[in-house]
Structures are given as structure tokens and as C-alpha cells.
Write a protein that binds this ligand. Sequence first.
Ligand code: KG4
Ligand code: ZN
Length: 345
Amino acid sequence: MKVLGIESSCDETGVAVYDTALPGAAGLRAHAVYSQVALHAGYGGVVPELASRDHVRKLLPLVRQTLSGAGLGVGDLDGVAYTAGPGLVGALLVGAAVARSLAWALEVPAIGVHHMEGHLLAPLMEDDPPVPPFVALLVSGGHTQLVAVDGIGRYRLLGETLDDAAGEAFDKTAKLMGLPYPGGPQLAALAEQGRAGAYRFSRPMTDRPGLDFSFSGLKTQVLLAWQQSDRSAQTRADIARGFEDAVVETLAIKCERALDAAGSDVIVVSGGVGANRRLRARLQEMAAARGGRACFPRPALCTDNGAMIAFAGALRLAAGQHDGLEINAVPRWDMATLPPVAAAA
Ligand code: KG4
Ligand code: ZN
């Protein structure tokens, strides 16, 4: 089954074709992402109305480009998947309207995909995929969640952030240190030059039991350190390293606790922060030490993309699930309310 996937929940337009007849990574026939970063950079954050308008401009050309990259015509598609939420409602509506209309015209089924389920399942697109049950860490700009995955579509929330998401903490910390938007990846790059231990920030909420996170206090600690520092290039890198180590260590401690709680040794990680090199290394080390493994998508599929939507949609469509003719866009959506996918569970 060849499924077109469309992602437009925030500031990236993503399109992909996933073919369920081919195994693992080979199933991804083509994918393309157009990032709006330059459009929003001057505002220091995403401007929802500008995001929607840019999706309108970029989506159809990207669909054509992706289909031609896959060597397919629209008539070859067996289904269309799109991000139905959570996200910016205007941005979601662009993808939903195009996807639903295309499916209607082609007389193929369409399905609205939960953006975070897309992230969660992205590691399963790679070769040698993990098989549920496992624990998933979702770390993006809007979410930080630990989820027990009992099967595809069978998710139990184990813990989540009480304030800032991990990616949000990276972005806000980068901003207060004067790095341009979006700061997360730039802060991570800066940390590469930093010395471990030169600055030590706390590992929030690791001194008590539980699987919830809190990252907002960390940026205040960094702000104080930054204000009191000499602001030299080396100090900047050292502070970035101290911050990154604090986030990575906190996530690693909670992941290990979540594995203990779920009785599992497999941690699956995705979302934008999953592209972080040090987080990948640390979680791999933690999982290997207990005889398990940490699974990530390739870095390009950690951040928002159409491939994860095509893949998650394909699993559900292949199991016979699909939406009605209405156009769905839901800004808030609890992943625990998703129906299970019986065939893959
Ligand atoms: O999943 P994503 O692309 O979009 C959302 O659904 O939010 O995640 C974007 C987030 C941003 O906060 C960005 O700063 C962060 O992921 N991010 C990183 C890295 N690459 C992206 N944070 C730390 N290290 C990175 N290498
Ligand atoms: Zn995302």
C-alpha cells in the first residue's frame, strides 16, 4: 500500500510516500521537508498566520516534487495520511484540506494522524525496528513525555513535563544567551566546544521519585550564570555544555526509571531533541548497560517530517482504519484516546 503523508502542524511542510510492501527503511520511497525557519526568524518564534500562508504556498509543489522523486503519479496512491493534530489549527487545516480533497478525488481512504504518534513510530521506519512493548521518550519543542507502548495505538502516559518541554528549554536558553532562533541545534553545536563540568546545573526533579519533568528552572539557573560570567566565547560554550549535560542527564535518569517501572530494556526516542548527539550517545550507553537498546530515527526524521505521518497513517490504513469525509484538525488531542491497531499489536 502506497501512502502519501502530509505534515503541516507547525513551521515545517513535510511530504513523503511510504510503501508498506517494502521492508523497513526501504518503504520510504521519497520524502521532502520545506522549513519555514527563515520566515519566522525575525520574529523570534513561529507566527501562526504566516505559517499557514506558507503551507498554502509550499504544499502542492512539494507533493509534486515528492511523487516525482518516488517515480509515482497521484493515481498510484492507495491512501493519504495527514497530521490532524495537535498543532496550530490554521496550519493543520492546510494539510488536512489538501489531503482530504486529494483522497476524495482519487477515491482512496484518508486518515488524520496524531503528530506525536508520528514521532513515536518514526524509529520503527528504520531497519531492525523494535517491537512493542517498549518505552518511548518523546522530546520535541512542544512535548516531553515518557510513554509505555503496549502495542501500536496502545499508549500509557508514564510522565511528562510540568512546564517547559525539553526542546523549548533548549530554544529559550539559547535565546537568553543571544543565539538566533531556533536556538536548540545551535546551542547543541556550541556545547561541542564546551568543557564538561566547568558549569554544573541541577538535574530537576531527579531527587524524588516519579517520572515527570520540569525544565523551566534550568533556564533561570543559566540566565544567572550567564549574567555573572565574563561572556567570553569559551564561557559561552562551557555554559551551553553545562546546560546540555543537565538536560541529557535528567532525561537519562528518568528513562532508566521508566524502563524499570515498565519492566522493559528497550527505549525508543524521537522528536526534535532526539537529534541531539549527546542524548543519543548517553541513552545508548544507559540501555546497553542493562542489556537492552535505545532506538532512534535518523536525525532528519527526529524533527518534523512527512515520512513519520505517511508511516503512521500507512499502519492504520493497512489495518482498515480511515476517516470519514470530514476535514479534521484538532489543536489538542490526547494520544491515549487513539484506537489500537490490532494487526500490529
Ligand atoms: O519535533 P520538532 O521538530 O517539532 C515539534 O514538534 O516541536 O522539535 C523541534 C525542537 C526544537 O525545540 C529544537 O530546538 C529541538 O527540537 N532540537 C534540538 C536539536 N535539534 C532540534 N535540541 C537539541 N539538540 C538538537 N540537536
Ligand atoms: Zn514535532
